[in-house]
Ligand binder design. Structure first.
Ligand code: HAM
Length: 428
């Protein structure tokens, strides 16, 4: 019988697992540079935690089952409810709280480019602040991460505001606002006729549907947002507060990045708990699924506890990021600079090579020690396969003279130097 991994799941071999691990380390480094601290939580949770406010679509995508104790449980389809549960179970946490996590997430979706049934999702959230500064910091963190991965200029941030959209839809006489949000969320995935029909079926008048369609297709660059705000305010003065907040947030985000920030009225987000700013990042060519998505979700904590804590955050999966980094040739960055392959070519050099490998690692170098008692050419082949920039060759001559022979793997040049000189040239 032959076994393969399930559809939508991945086996990740070193050629991708290594770059992926470097990517995740860089993401964690940037999060820490903003003062965010790592947390972790279970991979299995009560299904009810997601029934509360994640929305029907997400609940229908869960890998859920009844456990041996008769409880309805699920592999987590997102992190946010677990993070909020952790936050609210510790009443005395000094606010604001800045947390990040890197859980595995499971969703029974149709596997396609950028979407799998299992992925790793970086999450960052800030709790206890409800200000444009906090909104901008979260989007700014997302941008700084993408920029530090080398993606500046390769993505755009699409921003909208749930409350603003809510007010606009109300002014247009829309009654079933959650349903219409669901339709707007699919705006870019369905054709115009299907969009208009769905709005009609949701009880939206033809005139209002036309305005919603026009709004959903309009994209306004950050610099031009003032004019749009003016014209929307002329439509309804109640929109002023939400609009002014979005504009001041966008202004602050532009301090963090030079990448494109656009006001996009079709960005409403699929999850039901968002209450304020919502945002997504897309590759600039518009070929891939969302790189990341998030928003403000002030009401969630009071649904699962007696505390009311404002919150904003985002989630970013590893799947689209990998596609984008591969497309921009940033996936396989050269990392072999400090990596050595220690070749032992005679039995009497065995303890010398063992000790040297240990000393080198203490100095911060990556060292692979060949233990195969093989020919030098076989050992050098392994050095090359493992992406080492230098091979260190040790035999009877090196043992007797206290030296090493070092070979540059890129041009094959070799030289003999004393062990002391070599070790002192390695910087920690
Ligand atoms: P989400 O938009 O459902 O938001 O997912 C966030 C990101 O996770 C997506 O933009 C994408 O990068 C990745 N992602 C989602 N589903 C898949 C999939 N099937 N395969 C690969 N990647 C995927 C949330 O989950 C919110 N809980 C984010 C959040 C945190 N909001 C506030 N704090």
């Amino acid at each position: 019988m032959k076994f393969e991994s399930l559809r939508g799941f991945r086996d990740i071999y070193p050629e991708d697992a290594e770059p992926r691990d470097r990517m995740l380390s860089e993401i964690k480094k940037v999060a820490r540079s903003f003062g965010y601290q790592i947390i972790d939580f279970p991979s299995v949770e009560p299904l009810d935690l997601y029934r509360i406010k994640s929305g029907e679509e997400l609940v229908s995508q869960t890998f859920s089952f009844t456990d041996k104790g008769g409880r309805e449980v699920t592999l987590i389809p997102e992190a946010t409810p677990s993070v909020v549960r952790m936050l609210t179970s510790k009443k005395d946490l000094p606010k604001p709280v800045r947390w990040f996590s890197l859980p595995k997430i499971w969703r029974y979706e149709e596997p396609q480019s950028g979407r799998l049934r299992e992925h790793v999702q970086f999450n960052a959230d800030i709790f206890g602040l409800d200000t444009p500064e906090a909104d901008a910091e979260i989007v700014g963190l997302a941008c700084t991460i993408l920029d530090s991965l080398g993606l500046a200029g390769n993505y755009e941030i699409r921003i909208n505001h749930r409350k603003l959209m809510d007010e606009i839809l109300r002014a247009l006489g829309v009654v079933d606002i959650p349903r219409v949000f669901g339709i707007i969320d699919r705006f870019r995935k369905i054709d115009r006729q299907e969009f208009m029909n769905s709005l009609g079926e949701a009880g939206v008048s033809q005139d209002s549907a036309r305005i919603i369609e026009k709004l959903a297709s309009s994209r306004v660059k950050a610099d031009d947002s003032a004019g749009l705000i003016q014209s929307l305010m002329e439509m309804n003065n109640d929109l002023r507060e939400s609009l002014e907040r979005v504009v001041s947030t966008i202004r602050m985000i532009s301090y963090y990045t030079s990448s494109e920030i656009v006001m996009d009225f079709s960005t409403v987000r699929g999850l039901s708990y968002y209450t304020g700013l919502v945002f997504e990042a897309f590759d600039i060519r518009g070929e891939l699924r969302a790189i990341l998505g998030g928003g403000r979700y002030n009401g969630l904590s009071s649904l699962i506890s007696d505390q009311d804590i404002p919150a904003i955050g985002f989630g970013m999966g590893d799947v689209v990021l990998e596609l984008l980094l591969k497309r921009t040739n940033l996936w396989h960055k050269d990392i072999s600079g400090n990596r050595y392959y220690v070749c032992t070519v005679s039995d009497d050099a065995a303890s010398f090579s063992l000790k040297l490998s240990i000393d080198l690692r203490k100095k911060g170098a990556d060292v692979i020690r060949d233990m195969g008692k093989r020919s030098l050419s076989a050992q050098l082949r392994s050095a090359s396969v493992n992406g080492c920039s230098y091979a260190i060759i040790l035999g009877t001559k090196e043992v007797s003279t206290g030296s090493i022979t070092i070979r540059n793997m890129s041009d094959g040049r070799q030289e003999a130097i004393s062990i002391e000189e070599f070790l002192s040239s390695i910087k920690k």
